[in-house]
Design a protein around this ligand. Structure first.
Ligand SMILES: Cc1ncc(COP(=O)(O)O)c(C=O)c1O
Length: 397
């Protein structure tokens, strides 16, 4: 065991504030009793404020993928035409879930590193409609964690609706919601899925899902098989302050405290903090000689992907980072070995990003790739973080 502090910078699970850890270690309560009922009510109301919705919020005990599966099986029938907009590994997974359950999936796949474009979404939906297969649902990824790209969800949803006004818009917001702006009601998103181990500063174990009236109506007609993730059963139980199956009570305790912390900071301040962290990560890595992977116009403020420098093996770089206490993520799928991913979401500050950059610089020097003047990348990172406060929310820095 290393005596060094471990700096966990994967894009989830994220480090936990002490109060959240302590809450997770509390003694159990009866999940059919009044204490849990009050807790579920508080958590659900808090999530509604974070999702910016009046829709039903359900708390499922599963990882985020379970929430995505719930979003598919409750609202669709086998054979339904579905437009899956994929910009990376998680978009591909979402499409695969729909295919697995028998949806007739048309994939709109963007080059990895780029965001989807509204014009392409509209064109794909139009092409499907022209074949007599107008999409019943469009699947979108809010923040593609495998590439470090944030999609313009509002524009993409609106584009799909110009072609099919009542299309269900289902969004994987697992690694973005709570850290970067998301407006469920204002953007007309029908089903939104997030996961506790990301921006929420909570251990893995919960998928939180919002469901619109349009999506509930679709659920009544939908015939895909479902049991554990039957959202109508979850809604029925939620009405009495319960979940249909035994919930991850400890993670719910933690989420309750985390939401209180998030609200004490305020979501605007949280978004600004993530904007500063994203700007610092991008500027710092660039100054260290890395080439960033994502299109700068849509670079994520929760995770930054960069190419492993020429002449270096990811395994060697990762070994040097781990020896210094820094835990990053590598590439997924076809990007394995080619990129690294620095997570900066949840309970993270610019100082944490600076510490990570300092360790990366140190590792590069040790590996014989001196990144220029010592400390210069940190100065660039600080400047970029400061500058991020000057630009309007949602603009890329
Ligand atoms: C965008 C996105 N979608 C889906 C998932 C899958 O979530 P989980 O691993 O919690 O099942 C992740 C996890 O990293 C993610 O970032």
């Amino acid at each position: 065991m290393s005596p060094l502090p471990i700096r966990l910078h994967v894009p989830g699970p994220t480090p936990l504030p002490d109060a959240v850890r302590e809450a997770g270690a509390r003694q159990m309560v009866n999940h059919r009793g009044p204490e849990f009922k009050a807790l579920l009510g508080r958590v659900t109301a808090g999530l509604g404020r974070a999702f910016r919705t009046h829709d039903t919020i359900l708390v499922l005990s599963s990882s985020g993928t379970g929430g995505l599966e719930a979003a598919v099986v409750n609202h669709l029938s086998p054979g339904d035409p579905v437009l899956a907009v994929t910009i990376g590994a998680f978009g591909d997974r979402f499409a695969k879930i729909a295919t697995t359950y028998g949806a007739d999936v048309t994939r709109l796949a963007m080059e990895w590193g780029r965001a989807a474009e509204a014009g392409d979404v509209a064109a794909a939906a139009r092409e499907m409609a022209a074949r007599g297969r107008a999409p019943a649902a469009v699947l979108l990824t809010h923040n593609e964690t495998s590439t470090g790209v944030t999609n313009p969800v509002a524009e993409l949803a609106a584009a799909a609706r110009t072609v099919v006004p009542d299309v269900l818009v289902i969004v994987d917001a697992i690694s973005g919601l709570g850290a970067v702006p998301f407006e469920t009601d204002a953007w007309g998103v029908d089903v939104v899925v997030t996961g506790s181990q990301k921006s929420w500063m909570v251990p893995p174990g919960l998928a939180m899902v919002s469901v619109s009236e349009r999506a509930w109506a679709a659920a009544e007609r939908a015939t895909m098989p479902r049991f554990y993730f039957d959202l109508a059963a979850h809604r029925k139980s939620a009405a009495t302050g319960e979940t249909p199956w035994t919930p991850a009570v400890g993670v719910c305790f933690a989420l309750d405290v985390a939401i209180a912390l998030l609200e004490a900071e305020g979501y605007e301040a949280i978004f600004a903090r993530h904007r500063a962290c994203g700007a610092a990560a991008r500027a710092g890595l660039r100054a260290l000689g890395f080439t960033l992977f994502a299109d700068p116009a849509h670079a994520s403020d929760t995770v930054t992907a960069a190419y492993v420098p020429d002449g270096l093996e990811w395994s060697a770089l990762n070994g040097a980072l781990k020896a210094r206490g820094l835990i990053l993520a590598g590439g997924q799928g076809k990007l394995a070995g080619h990129i690294l991913r620095l997570g900066h979401l949840g309970a993270v500050t610019v100082n944490d990003v600076l510490a990570a950059l300092a360790i990366i610089e140190d590792a590069l020097i040790a590996l014989g790739l001196p990144p220029g003047e010592r400390g210069a990348a940190l100065v660039e990172a600080v400047r970029a973080a400061d500058a991020s406060a000057q630009v309007p929310a949602g603009s890329a820095v």
